[in-house]
Design a protein around this ligand. Structure first.
Ligand code: NDP
Length: 313
């Protein structure tokens, strides 16, 4: 029930296709973990939870059925595909849109969960503008960490990129781009130990040098940006549709179709590159349309719909 799925559901429901949304364990997805969104096209500033609420109501108004339950398995051995849910529901689906998103890796250290959305985040594009003149820490040594550091360098006074080893996983071309930023420092062999704060915002971090084991408190750090990778939520699809080596769903060219007919995907579960709510919504629309067109190609029409209505709903 993130932006990809809700956009797909809107397009499915508006075309009068019986559309069921399994909302999952975190209804609204990652958007509900952010504070304000300032990059949702045409809306200057809005809370993430409000976008989700409006999105849900809009899809529901056209007939999408919102179900507070989670898919636990998808059986693709027979068609219509069988989706089983946590609460024991069994749904036979002619088409499935997968918008299960990705879960940002977390550190699991003190303060990580407590200050999430209050200075701790994994989205510099979303939150960098709130850190004008601040000292911020970015954790990770991959392309995302560099991307977040570059984004933050436009706003923050000082960006400290913490790399746990003495090695950057990022690509040379990304590393080169850091040369032009004199307010970004890479600090190797260093990990966060705790994130500290008061009155709902981060005020300092404790770090450890992994070689010397020396610990320090850095006062004045106002933001912690985690860039330690994402895990796409594709566990129930392993061995069923084509995934890339990192577990993301592979799509066919510009379409949101997957390696199995009738299964469509969009959003972070199929997109290791952009990871933006707006992109997920746009690709969700494409996925919804791809599903509608595919159903129409295989003969779905109002008569079929009426039969399904009596037999299944
Ligand atoms: P990566 O897996 O490439 O990098 C993750 C980084 O986080 C590594 O430096 C890793 O350290 C570190 N890390 C992991 N766990 C911890 C931890 N618990 N504590 C501290 N550090 C930790 O993930 P990215 O999200 O950066 O990139 C994912 C993919 O997306 C890559 O293929 C990347 O190339 C691509 N990408 C491309 C971009 C571009 O081209 N512009 C932008 C962003 C991403 P270690 O090396 O020690 O394991």
């Amino acid at each position: 029930s993130g932006p990809a799925s809700l956009a797909a559901a809107l397009y499915g429901a508006r075309t009068k296709i019986r559309t069921v949304v399994l909302k999952g364990n975190q209804p609204g997805g990652q958007l509900t973990g952010t504070s304000y969104i300032e990059n949702w096209p045409a809306i200057k500033k809005i809370r993430g939870i409000e976008v989700v609420k409006d999105f849900e109501e809009q899809a529901a108004r056209f007939g999408a059925l919102m179900v507070g339950d989670s898919a636990v398995s998808i059986d693709v051995a027979e068609w219509p595909y069988l989706v089983k849910t946590e609460e024991g529901r069994e749904l036979r689906a002619l088409a499935i849109f997968v918008g299960t998103g990705a879960t940002g890796r977390r550190l699991g250290i003190p303060g990580d969960f407590e200050y999430w959305g209050k200075g701790v985040t994994n989205c510099a594009i979303c939150d960098a503008p709130y850190h004008k003149g601040d000292i911020v820490a970015v954790v990770g040594g991959g392309d995302s960490a560099i991307e977040q550091s570059l984004e933050l360098s436009h706003y923050a006074k000082e960006v400290r990129m913490l790399v746990r080893s003495d090695f950057l996983r990022a690509s040379p071309s990304m590393i080169e781009r850091l040369d032009a930023c004199d307010n970004v420092t890479i600090i190797f062999n260093t990990s966060l130990v705790s994130i500290n704060g008061s009155n709902d915002h981060v005020t300092s971090v404790d770090v450890i040098n992994n070689k010397t084991k020396e610990q320090q408190r850095w006062e004045g750090v106002r933001g912690v940006f985690l860039a330690i990778g994402h895990i796409p939520n594709t566990q129930m699809l392993e061995g069923k549709i084509r995934l890339d080596t990192n577990g993301y769903i592979e799509l066919n060219g510009r379409a949101q179709t997957t390696s199995l007919p009738g299964i469509f995907a969009a959003g972070d579960v199929a997109d290791p590159r952009y990871k933006q709510a707006g992109v997920a919504a746009g690709d969700g629309i494409k996925g919804g349309l791809d599903a509608v067109w595919w159903l129409s190609e295989i003969g779905y029409n109002t008569q079929v719909e009426r039969k399904l209505e009596t037999a299944f709903f």
